[in-house]
Write a protein that binds this ligand. Structure first.
Ligand SMILES: *Cc1c(COP(=O)(O)O)cnc(C)c1O
Length: 376
């Protein structure tokens, strides 16, 4: 936890649960990634944390923005981001939203199907488009593989078609899966993309853009490499597969920029001993899956947790949220242990919780209000 967050929690003692984000960390992460990937334009994936404070800070640092909806586009424009710095990166868009984005001046769009391509051709004539190719998400804790991307073999044909339909076939994109702990996965993807560039080149279409997606990790329970290691792997892969004719590169970090900047403070509501598993205490918190922690689904994202009793003897626990839904259990199998002294009323911290939390919290399930947020 940063000194700034610690001071804020001590002095303001906000109601729990709450998310506190240190904007200095957001800025630092942005600079670290820019240093690791000096040739890439950094498009912040807004969905990770779309708070106005975060967007406007990143805008002031020279970021571009990857958006998923017309609402995110409008939120960017609202803080003064120019439309030339915004990509409409969702491959699933309503036609009327494409029209609106185009009217605002947005000229960079993603697609991964023929049907989406024809929407773009009629709603965004002359715009730059890139085709998202499928990656299997191997090595990542939160794969984004099932829903998005076409087979690499389809990409060349669709990009060629884009050109015939009056669009600019700009390039190719991929996402190696979120919280990607294996930096070598980019090599696999970049190799596939280079083959698409080559294939199109033989058909007389020269692509100019490679979008290497997000996936850069935050610091959860499992160890991760520094972003510089990712930078080296990606730069080496570019040289291996593109030689000295590297296209323009776009990266779309979300989790990496916002994750480590935030802490959730939560209160223990109940410590219960259940007779079925006598030596495993159930710790109920005032935040759960519906309060902003849905990434604990299948215990995929395992947050670091600290308590005021750390250092004293501990034991195994099941961690659960406060709502009356059976699925509102955070961790039962992941092997969490917490101090035996932990009691109701204790405040504990969930670390690296700045991404994919606040906007995921339910509006009022069981009457619990959405997670409150502080940006300092
Ligand atoms: C979610 C998403 C990102 C951000 O992914 P992270 O793993 O948070 O870095 C980037 N690009 C696209 C297209 C996305 O959908």
């Amino acid at each position: 936890m940063t000194a700034k967050i610690r001071k804020f929690l001590e002095e303001c003692h906000p109601d729990t649960p709450c998310l506190v984000v240190d904007l200095d960390v957001v800025a630092q992460r942005f600079r670290d990634l820019r240093r690791a990937l000096p040739r890439a334009e950094i498009y912040y994936a807004m969905k990770a944390n779309p708070a106005r404070e975060v967007v406007s800070l990143l805008h002031s640092l020279g970021a571009y923005f990857d958006t998923a909806s017309i609402y995110e586009i409008e939120a960017c424009l609202d803080v003064g981001v120019g439309p030339d710095r915004i990509a409409f990166g969702n491959t699933v868009k309503k036609q009327r939203d494409i029209v609106r984005a185009y009217e605002y001046g947005v000229r960079l769009f993603a697609f991964d199907s023929r049907a989406e391509l024809s929407k773009l051709a009629s709603a965004a004539p002359g715009a730059d488009v890139y085709c998202r190719v499928f990656m299997d998400g191997a090595g990542s804790d939160w794969p984004l593989s099932r829903k998005f991307g076409c087979e690499p073999a389809q990409a060349a044909g669709m990009l060629e078609e884009a050109g015939r339909a009056g669009l600019v076939p700009a390039g190719v994109s991929f996402h190696v899966g979120s919280q990607q702990r294996d930096p070598r996965q980019w090599d696999v993807a970049i190799k596939q993309c280079a083959a698409i560039f080559d294939e199109l080149s033989t058909r007389g279409v020269e692509l100019s853009l490679l979008n290497i997606g997000g996936g850069f990790p935050a610091s959860y329970r499992q160890p991760i490499d520094s972003v510089d290691v990712y930078g080296v792997e990606i730069r080496d892969a570019m040289v291996r597969h593109f030689g000295n004719r590297s296209p323009r590169i776009i990266a779309e970090p979300g989790r990496y920029i916002a994750g480590d900047a935030g802490i959730i403070q939560t209160e223990v509501v109940l410590v219960a001993e259940k007779s079925r598993e006598p030596d495993k205490r159930w710790i109920f918190l005032d935040i759960g899956k519906f309060g902003g922690l849905p990434e604990t689904f299948e215990e995929a994202i395992q947050y670091r947790i600290t308590t005021p009793h750390d250092g004293s003897p501990g034991g195994p626990v099941v961690l659960a949220g406060p709502t009356c839904d059976e699925v509102d259990v955070l961790y039962a199998a992941a092997g969490y242990t917490l101090p035996l002294d932990l009691t109701a009323g204790d405040r504990i911290e969930i670390h690296s919780a700045g991404a994919y939390t606040a906007t995921y919290s339910a509006v009022g399930f069981n009457g619990f209000p959405p997670l409150s947020e502080y940006y300092i």
